[in-house]
Write a protein that binds this ligand. Structure first.
Ligand SMILES: [Zn+2]
Length: 197
């Protein structure tokens, strides 16, 4: 895991190099993005990160030592992130961002790979496509909330990332074999009656 650090100072020239993908700065420094745990060359064409999440490294070795992984797109220092580890990063990210509007393109952008390659690697190491994993995560969280709270079904669906309540109910029924309301009722069973036999 990446060690959380206080907001670090990013020199103005370095930030400029990052925003302009300036090749002249490649090999002068690398930058890591705290939220994804990936580090890049300044020239990388990946999505521009929030400045406060950026950490500057003098070389790739320091970045690796601090738990950052090389970007698949710009391949700093010719290092490659094993698919397994890459998928693990994506999974951890999905585990905390499942309530957001996530698409394969967004994931590919954040995790610096082609959508096709990302999907294939993720599926190979987890057995699920990223979006199936996301859906499963949302349904699991919804099931927990159905049991732990009295919040309306539509509210719960929305809070885990299903904007459309009827889609949520249909999907839940398809996967769990009962509607969210039935699922919630089903567990409020009374103690089995004792019989004298
Ligand atoms: Zn990169």
């Amino acid at each position: 895991m990446i060690k959380k650090q206080k907001t670090a100072w990013v020199p103005v020239v370095y930030w400029k190099a990052i925003t302009e993908n300036d090749r002249a700065f490649d090999d002068q420094f690398f930058y890591g993005v705290q939220t994804t745990g990936i580090f890049c060359r300044p020239s990388c064409k990946s999505r521009l990160p929030n400045k406060e999440n950026v950490r500057i490294f003098k070389n790739a070795f320091i970045a690796l030592e601090q738990g950052y992984r090389p970007c698949k797109r710009c391949k700093p220092d010719g290092l490659k992130l094993p698919a397994e580890e890459w998928s693990q990063h994506i999974k951890e990210w999905l585990d905390t961002h499942y309530t957001e509007n996530v698409t394969l393109d967004i994931l590919a952008d954040i995790f610096h790979g082609s959508p096709y390659h990302l999907q294939r690697s993720f599926k190979k190491s987890t057995g699920l496509s990223p979006l199936s994993y996301l859906q499963q995560k949302r349904l699991e969280k919804a099931a927990q909330d159905l049991l732990a709270t009295n919040r309306p079904v539509a509210d719960i669906g929305e809070s885990v990332g299903f904007a459309n309540p009827s889609y949520f109910i249909t999907l839940f029924k398809k996967k769990a074999g009962q509607t969210p309301a039935q699922f919630r009722k089903g567990v409020n069973y009374s103690e089995p009656k004792r019989t004298n036999d």
